[in-house]
Design a binder for this molecule. Sequence first.
Ligand SMILES: [Zn+2]
Length: 127
Amino acid sequence: MPATMTNKKLTWTCDHCNKPISPGDTGYVCVDDQAALRAEAAWAETGDSMDVINGAVVMAQLITENAAARWSVTHHKCDPNPDGGYWIGANRLTTLRELLEMNEHLMEKSWVAMHTDWPAWLTRTLG
Ligand SMILES: [Zn+2]
């Protein structure tokens, strides 16, 4: 049986001011992509010398709380780094389906999958 999904709207809350990102606000989900890309480059340099088991352990650690870059939700006006980073407009993530489609897209990016906390963040985000 397929899962049943109600197309409930997602409401994002700014991590900085704790207020919702309303449809009229400019807000987004964002991450420091440069930090993640630096971590990926460092990983590539050491990767050759690691065996598969060690690599899997390190990867699991990165995916949880030790990720080089962490996702956050912010209004543009509250963003401490408004000119940098990789971001996805909150207006593109208004339903669970849109969020899952974005998940599929982001998991194709190794720097997101391995060097940001996206998987853990996504779980937390969905409560
Ligand atoms: Zn805010």
